[in-house]
Design a protein around this ligand. Structure first.
Ligand code: HEC
Ligand code: HEC
Length: 193
């Protein structure tokens, strides 16, 4: 692993090695991450026609799937999206960790600990399996302590810039917007564990 020389913008960019690609593009996640129903079942803008259309419908229409869609797209699963209007902090956080963390943090994905950050349609953060659990790696604090983001490994890892940083490679900047939504969600859990 080697960083490129510092750029004029002050960031040091890392170009992942092949082995590092597959750390995130894990076999457990079938290697490809973005092209899945949960993420494609929403509007896409198609510059060649100037149209906006549902991506699943468009892909089905141009014959990209072996089978027809099993139901109208409105009845098929999708991640909560800001395009639908304001999201709760829980909805935003569940979509975020699905896209950014779950390729490793799922059974056999290579992520540390037992959490499963995949999005379950109609589910809740209980699906993560973190509530009431203590971190097994590093500092032995709760993975998620209702009302206490500062005492929750999931939040501390998102805010870390040292060896505890999550995701553990190819990111060197805290994603403040989404770390803040996670923290707000944890605070909101205070009254309802
Ligand atoms: C830190 C984790 C991480 C690393 C390392 C990484 N990727 Fe990705 N990559 C992602 C995520 C997450 C997405 C999907 C984004 C989304 O949800 O649309 C993605 C998307 C892609 C896509 C679009 C198709 C897809 O699977 O979604 C390609 C192609 C890709 N990455 C190639 C690479 C290659 C090549 C490397 C190594 C040089 C690499 N990636 C390293 C996390 C990573
Ligand atoms: C490239 C795979 C990968 C990705 C992506 C990833 N992690 Fe991790 N995670 C790991 C590994 C490996 C460990 C164990 C090593 C360590 O403790 O740093 C770990 C450890 C953790 C732990 C400690 C678990 C415990 O029981 O002690 C937490 C919490 C965590 N990750 C949260 C996250 C969050 C939140 C994200 C997304 C923002 C994320 N991870 C993305 C691989 C990953």
């Amino acid at each position: 692993m080697g960083g490129c020389p510092a750029k004029p913008d002050g960031y040091e960019y890392l170009y992942p090695s092949q082995a590092q690609c597959t750390a995130c593009h894990s076999e457990a996640a079938n290697n490809s991450l973005g092209p899945e129903m949960l993420q494609l079942n929403g509007p896409g803008y198609y510059p060649s026609t100037g149209r906006t259309a549902n991506q699943m419908e468009t892909l089905a229409h141009i014959g990209m799937f072996d089978l027809p869609l099993s139901a109208p797209v409105a009845d098929l699963p999708r991640l909560p999206s800001v395009l639908d209007g304001p999201l709760t902090n829980e909805e935003a956080s569940r979509a975020y960790v699905h896209a950014n963390c779950s390729s490793c943090h799922r059974p056999n994905g290579g992520g540390g600990g037992f959490a499963d950050y995949r999005y379950v349609p109609g589910g809740s953060i209980a699906d993560w399996g973190v509530c009431g659990e203590t971190a097994v790696l590093g500092e032995a604090i709760p993975l998620l302590s209702p009302g206490e983001p500062w005492n929750s490994a999931i939040s501390k890892r998102m805010h870390a810039l040292d060896g505890d940083r999550m995701p553990p490679l190819a990111t060197s900047i805290i994603d403040y917007a989404n770390a803040a939504r996670m923290d707000l969600m944890i605070q909101e859990l205070e009254a309802s564990p």
